[in-house]
Write a protein that binds this ligand. Structure first.
Ligand code: P6P
Length: 338
């Protein structure tokens, strides 16, 4: 029988990785499998969006003060459910929930990891069929195994992540995750219901042609950021510009494109919102980990994102992330114009 071994599923891939660490328990592999299962369930509903009454608002407002879309609630419930009923996670922090959640049962209390996630980022785009995504970051607990996880487990700097990733529900559905060993992309094959390895060992090109920023806030950015954005639109020796402006308003889609093709994504602080809009723990930190493993750079405009010591679950941060050389150009301009 001709068995097609060219296709490597996510489970097969993580098990291969596991074999290289004889002392590993396999808990991280099982955690990734749990996240992929939730992503497959969310994918089914996202693909139905428009056909069934799962679009639109559910009438509530989340801790961010944003209207909660029905699909947000569904997605959050899927990720909480698989992690709570799995054997690898002691608790979670979610964009949709006011506080972190301690699972506090015998199996969960003996689990090594906690997870931060944004279950459905970019949900404002659901109603107009623009790509949206899930973002997650995995941390080893610092609290005592065998007891309920604690606040300290959830307020670790991003450099402590052991894995991070995202799901992009787009023209195809992809599960992309990073450990310190590399970034790998898996595309959902609906015919077998499995994520299959499609982009092994993703490297962020050192430079690119895309710059992503909300130009509507231009006059609220500081002088250095405005100068860099202006430079992106000019042909200069240094940058090889002009660059192409691409901004979908869905972070997962914008950062995924720039990771794969090279580019820079910026959500700077503004005069109205000096700390910006994006959240540190479940948006900036996971992507910063992924980009650094892939050879990119991520800062808040003054320091490495992954070095920021969190103080609260939903704190926001300005975010500049992308190709190493473009980030160096940004730094050279903004450091002069601070
Ligand atoms: P703005 C979506 O709401 C989101 O959190 C990110 O996915 C996206 O990059 C950003 O906000 C877009 O924000 O203010 O440019 O519409």
């Amino acid at each position: 029988m001709n068995v097609n071994r060219a296709v490597l599923t996510l489970d097969e891939f993580t098990l291969q990785q596991l074999r290289q660490f004889p002392t590993a328990t396999g808990e991280l592999s099982r955690l990734l499998r749990d996240l992929a299962l939730a992503a497959k369930r969310v994918n089914v509903e996202v693909n139905k969006a428009g056909l069934v009454d799962i679009l639109g608002d559910d009438g509530s407002v989340n801790v961010q003060g944003e209207e909660v879309k029905k699909l947000d609630v569904f997605a959050n419930n899927q990720f909480v459910g698989v992690l709570k009923h799995g054997i690898s996670c002691a608790g979670i922090g979610s964009e949709e929930l006011d506080d972190f959640v301690v699972f506090d049962d015998e199996i969960s209390n003996n689990s090594k990891y906690v997870v931060h996630f944004d279950p459905l980022d970019g949900s404002g785009n659901i109603d107009v069929n623009v790509s949206i995504g899930t973002i997650f970051g995995v941390y080893r607990r610092v609290s005592e195994i065998g007891k309920p996880c604690t606040k300290e487990d959830f307020l670790q700097p991003g450099k402590n992540q052991v894995a991070a990733g995202y799901v992009i529900y787009g023209s195809s559905t992809m599960f992309v995750y990073a450990t310190r060993r590399g970034v790998n992309g898996f595309t959902l094959d609906p015919s077998i219901g499995e994520f299959t390895l499609s982009f092994p060992n993703i490297i962020c090109p050192p430079t690119g042609k895309f710059y992503s920023v909300n130009h509507g806030n231009f006059f609220q950015y500081n002088e250095g950021v405005r100068k860099y954005i202006d430079g992106c639109q000019r042909k200069t020796e240094a940058t090889g510009g002009p660059y192409t402006q691409r901004y979908i308003g869905s972070m997962v889609a914008d950062v995924h494109r720039n990771l794969m093709k090279g580019g820079i994504f910026m959500y700077p602080g503004t005069t109205d919102k000096p700390t910006g809009k994006l959240r540190l723990l479940y948006e900036a930190n996971p992507f910063a980990f992924i980009l650094e493993v892939a050879g990119g750079v991520a800062t808040d405009g003054t320091q490495r994102i992954l070095d920021i010591e969190p103080t609260s679950l939903h704190q926001r941060t300005p975010l500049f992330i992308g190709s190493k050389m473009m980030m160096e150009e940004l730094e050279s301009i903004t450091s002069v114009n601070k």
